[in-house]
Design a protein. Structure first.
Length: 176
C-alpha cells in the first residue's frame, strides 16, 4: 500500500469511527432525555443503558479524534520537510511546539505505519531522511534541464521535477 493509499484509508477510518460514535451518543442521549420525561419504573434501567452506550460511543469517537490529530501532525511534518526543507528533529520540534522525543516517536510511528515512504530517522544526526526515489547513476552527469516545483495534491508537499514529465511525490508516492 502506498503512502497516499494508507493516508486516505486512515482518514476514512477516522471519519467512520467518529460518525459511528457520534450517532450512538446522539441516539442514546435523545433516548435518555425521553426516558427522563417518562416517569415509569423502567427509567432507571434505561438510564444505565444510555450511560453504557454513551461510553461505547466515546470508545468510537476518541480513536477517531486521535486519528484526525495524527493526520494533522502528518500534514504539518510534510509541509515542514518539503516546503521549508526542515529535516532536523530539533527544529521540527520547535516549529510544532512539541518535545524532540515526541516528534521522534511520532515520526517513527508514521514511518512504521507507511505514512512516509522511503524514510527513516537518522539517530546519529537526529533528523528524518527521505530517500531519493530516483535511480542513481554514479559516474553519469545528466544534462541540465528545466525543472519546476510542483505541490502534491495528496499530501501538500513541494516536489521538484523536470518540466513536462511525470513524477511521483517523494513523500507520499502519488503521481504529480
Amino acid at each position: 500500500m502506498t503512502s497516499k493509499a494508507k493516508v486516505t484509508a486512515v482518514t476514512l477510518w477516522g471519519k467512520l469511527l467518529s460518525i459511528i460514535g457520534y450517532a450512538i451518543i446522539i441516539f442514546f442521549i435523545l433516548g435518555g432525555i425521553a426516558a427522563i420525561a417518562d416517569t415509569n419504573e423502567q427509567g432507571t434501567e434505561f438510564f444505565i443503558v444510555v450511560v453504557v452506550f454513551v461510553c461505547i460511543g466515546l470508545a468510537f469517537v476518541i480513536p477517531g479524534w486521535n486519528i484526525k490529530k495524527r493526520l494533522k501532525r502528518f500534514r504539518t511534518y510534510v509541509a515542514l520537510i518539503s516546503a521549508e526543507q526542515v529535516t532536523s528533529l530539533d527544529i521540527i520540534a520547535i516549529k510544532t511546539n512539541q518535545s524532540v522525543d515526541f516528534v521522534r516517536i511520532d515520526l517513527q510511528k508514521m514511518i512504521d505505519k507507511k505514512y512516509f515512504i522511503n524514510a527513516y530517522i537518522d539517530k546519529e544526526n537526529n533528523e528524518i531522511v527521505i530517500a531519493d526515489m530516483g535511480v542513481r547513476n554514479y559516474g553519469y552527469t545528466p544534462s541540465i534541464t528545466n525543472t519546476e516545483s510542483v505541490q502534491c495534491k495528496s499530501c501538500g508537499a513541494m516536489n521538484t521535477k523536470q518540466m513536462g514529465s511525470a513524477a511521483q511525490c517523494q513523500y507520499c508516492g502519488s503521481s504529480i
